[in-house]
Design a protein around this ligand. Structure first.
Ligand SMILES: Cc1ncc(COP(=O)(O)O)c(C=O)c1O
Length: 387
């Protein structure tokens, strides 16, 4: 077996070493890194709400009137004494927002995705997942005893052909997809997935981590944009991106909620989030339908940036996640370092986060960025890659 030192040396030689960095956020799309104020092009705070001073101030006023939320440690799991009433209130707020039968809150998207799938599937079941699903979904599938097949990314003919061959051999079949894919920014055809789930009597599980809050008239993500919110059996939303908080939730029916509470190990065997975090999540959820203007601002920035990316000869993305795929790990590292020197905080994304040979920069647009700054960043990228 390799020594730990050899493991690190191997990662270094492959351009795959990772490290933790101290980054302090600032207003207006900026942050501080290594003593420099930089434009933050790597944040998933798509609406810019996590750094919004007015919102924070309004929350602090609300907390001043509700001192029960001033709790920074829950002391126990939700199943014991950690489930303060703010949990039920937050789940009620989610139900109202989605018009759903039930909602269940988790500590993070990683907890939700890695916990739900192994809890709801059994040996005689089959899980079909998009090949580019997030690591948390992959880990959930790995923990499940069900059979599993990955269909080619967004290739619904491939998915259908697997369903045709295999549906009858299993009790439950789960179809699992992200809605907006985290590293490519492209969108799943949720209508097609709903059609397939109905045709083959499957259960549809959609992770809206990168869509919720940022898309849809009332912020209900790509499900809302494609008009399929009510047709999806389990919608997972995460609170750590456009929702500007921490945690995650599943939207589902009462029976599935009971299964979650009884069987999801990442819900049962972990300490509940503190009341202060839950209060902030509820505060954001209740306001989310009204952030229409912020979503519009983001959309305008997205359209302008993608038009200018296309002019530069890169493949545009339609959304706020813009991958600049360079292929080689070392090139991705060098380009990110170059951009950091120029004042743009951006990191290389390498395997295993993305498939081998597709290392990239992942630009994340947020509503508090300005087009002029973005234009400068993109010109820097284009000039570097040309040279
Ligand atoms: C698609 C997707 N699902 C789930 C997660 C995990 O969510 P969390 O950060 O809340 O653990 C992420 C990334 O963080 C993600 O990109």
């Amino acid at each position: 077996m390799n020594s730990f030192e050899e493991t690190i040396e191997r990662l270094q030689s492959q351009g795959l070493e990772r490290s933790l960095k101290d980054i302090e956020s600032d207003v207006g799309g900026y942050c501080h890194f290594q003593g420099k104020r930089m434009l933050n092009l790597s944040s998933n705070d798509y609406l810019g709400l996590a750094t919004c001073p007015e919102l924070k101030q309004a929350f602090m006023h609300m907390v001043a009137d509700n001192p029960q939320y001033l709790s920074f440690g829950s002391g126990s799991s939700r199943l014991l004494t950690g489930n303060t009433s703010i949990y039920s209130q937050t789940e009620e707020a989610l139900k109202t927002w989605y018009g759903s039968e039930a909602a269940v809150f988790f500590n993070s998207g990683y907890h939700a995705n890695s916990g739900i799938l192994p809890a709801i599937s059994e040996k005689k079941d089959l899980i079909l997942s998009d090949k580019l699903c997030h690591a948390s979904i992959i880990d959930g599938i790995r923990l499940s005893t069900a059979d599993q097949v990955r269909y080619r990314h967004a290739d619904y003919q491939h998915l259908e052909s697997i369903l045709e061959k295999k549906r009858d051999q299993y009790q439950h079949v789960f179809i699992v997809s992200e809605s907006v894919f985290s590293m490519d920014g492209d969108e799943a055809d949720l209508k097609k997935l709903v059609e397939l789930k109905k045709k083959f009597k499957a259960i549809l599980y959609v992770d809206e981590a990168h869509a919720v809050g940022a898309m849809g008239q009332t912020g209900l993500g790509l499900c809302e944009v494609q008009g399929v919110t009510k047709d999806i059996d389990i919608i997972v939303g995460t609170m750590g991106k456009a929702m500007a908080s921490v945690g995650a939730y599943a939207i589902l029916n009462n029976t599935l909620k009971q299964v979650m509470v009884n069987k999801v190990r990442t819900l049962i065997f972990t300490t509940a989030l503190p009341a202060i975090n839950m209060a902030w999540s509820k505060f954001i959820i209740e306001r989310m339908p009204r952030f229409t203007d912020v979503r519009k601002t983001l959309k305008q920035l997205v359209d302008k940036c993608n038009a200018s990316i296309a002019e530069m000869g890169f493949a545009p993305s339609n959304g706020y996640i813009i991958p600049i795929v360079v292929g080689d790990n070392q090139v991705a590292v060098a380009l990110a370092e170059h951009l950091q020197k120029k004042g743009f905080l951006i990191f290389p994304i390498r395997p295993p986060t993305v498939p081998k040979g597709t290392a990239r920069l992942r630009i994340s647009l947020t509503a508090n960025l300005h087009f002029n700054d973005m234009d400068k960043a993109m010109n820097e990228i284009a000039a570097y890659l040309k040279s």
